[in-house]
Design a protein around this ligand. Structure first.
Ligand code: NAD
Ligand code: MG
Length: 394
């Protein structure tokens, strides 16, 4: 039995993870479940999976969680609250694997705590890696953590690489990593109509059902930009070795091209339970509940170049990663604020990249040599975004 911690269990990835776990009651036991503020949903999950710990990140909800767990008859589950408790369960000696599925910068501290405790880290929370790439990968190596990518593209790349890829991409004959992108809901919309798109339109992804933040990121393609940075760190790749290709069907989840001209791809239906099951079972293959791919039904696989004018966020991410230091942290923080504002109906869709570029170009970049520096850059970027929005410089 493996004890599993799910950080962000009430989210889209968290719920899919529990779905896979429920199919294998003899393999996995849920050790801890965590949520941001939605007590009722967390307690409903505790009733089914009876974890040892339930953690609510919002410290003011600790008492509410405790009461609700008792009312629901979950005496075996201990209620905890706050960020320190998230880090504690992520690093707990009894935990084997930690699914890092909190959205955004909030996931950094507990995900890093899991890496420092040498856990098997199932990484969905790409923002943590974007912010702290070098530090995070150092912690993984130093503490012997086992890092398995959940993001479908990176999971596909991982599956398409040889087992000894850590020798270096050149050493194993890799020419480049090709990340596929669906292009999101606005791939074909007239450019002048983009200014009017609504949050619900942006969240209606053609192929994937996901949380609202990553759905907007997919519509702006900042998601692909963050994934380029994520791939850079996960696979020790140069930015020049990472290419983005539009593939509207989301059937090929990504590819690796080798020196001899071979391209190895991973295909499957767009359902996150596949990469989740892959990582949970690794190196074994376990059932995920995903319908088998029917290539004849799909009929065709299309590819197009990425339209840089339509999706400026991809360029912004490449530039921030090339600049290095705290630039990717600032990019990520500005994007989180911009997306939040857009989802609240207070910022136009097309203002998202404009705001990020405007503030980032004026920001001081520091070396990202400690978590404190990274968190300070994150906080400063959020303050700068606040000022920018308050002054209406749009
Ligand atoms: P979601 O919004 O559906 O869920 C987010 C989870 O994080 C929830 O459980 C929420 O309670 C928790 N959370 C939010 N803010 C928090 C905070 N401040 N402190 C502690 N917990 C907090 O998001 P999602 O779609 O499941 O995505 C989660 C992560 O996985 C993101 O980083 C996303 O980029 C990545 N990812 C998601 C998908 C997908 O298909 N949904 C695919 C690839 C990668
Ligand atoms: Mg992805």
């Amino acid at each position: 039995m493996k004890n599993i911690v799910i950080l962000g269990s009430t989210g889209s990835i968290g719920v899919s993870t529990l779905d896979v776990i429920a199919r294998h009651p003899n393999r996995y036991s849920v050790f801890a479940l965590t949520a941001n503020s939605r007590v009722a949903e967390l307690v409903a999950q505790c009733k089914v999976f009876q974890p040892k710990f339930a953690v609510i990140a919002d410290a003011s909800q600790g008492d509410a969680l405790r009461t609700a767990l008792l009312q629901a008859g979950c005496e075996a589950t201990q209620a905890l609250a706050g960020v320190d408790a998230l880090c504690m369960v992520a690093a707990h000696t009894e935990a084997h694997s930690v699914m890092a599925a909190i959205v955004g910068a909030a996931g950094l501290a507990p995900t890093l705590a899991a890496a420092k405790a040498g856990k098997t880290v199932l990484l969905a929370n790409k923002e943590a890696l974007v912010m702290s790439g070098a530090l995070f990968m150092d912690a993984v190596a130093k503490h012997g953590a086992n890092l398995l990518p959940i993001d479908s593209e990176h999971n596909a790349v991982f599956q398409s690489l040889p087992a000894d890829y850590k020798k270096g991409l050149a050493a194993v004959g890799v020419e480049k990593i090709i990340l596929t992108a669906s292009g999101g809901p606005f791939r074909n919309m007239a450019l002048h109509d983009l200014v009017n798109v609504t949050p619900d339109q942006a969240c209606a992804h053609p192929n994937w059902v996901m949380g609202r933040k990553i759905s907007v990121d997919s519509a702006t393609m900042m998601n692909k930009g963050l994934e380029v940075i994520e791939a850079r760190w996960l696979f020790a790749a140069d930015l020049a070795q990472i290419e983005v290709v539009i593939h509207p069907q989301s059937t090929i989840h990504s590819m690796v091209q080798y020196r001899d001209g071979s391209v190895i791809a991973q295909l499957g239906n767009p359902d996150m339970r596949t990469p989740i099951a892959y990582a949970l079972g690794y190196p074994e293959r376990i059932e995920a509940g995903v319908p088998m791919l029917d290539l004849v039904k799909i009929g065709r696989l299309d590819f197009q170049p990425m339209d840089a004018a339509r999706f400026p966020c991809v360029r912004l991410a490449y530039e921030a990663s090339a600049r290095g230091g705290t630039a990717p942290t600032i990019l990520n923080a500005l994007n989180e604020v911009a997306v939040e504002r857009f989802l609240a109906g207070k910022l136009a869709f097309t203002q998202i990249p404009l705001m990020i570029e405007s503030i980032l170009s004026k920001s001081a970049i520091a070396d990202a040599d400690s978590i404190d520096t990274i968190l300070a850059a994150d906080a400063q970027a959020r303050r700068n975004a606040g000022t920018y929005l308050a002054e209406g410089i749009l």
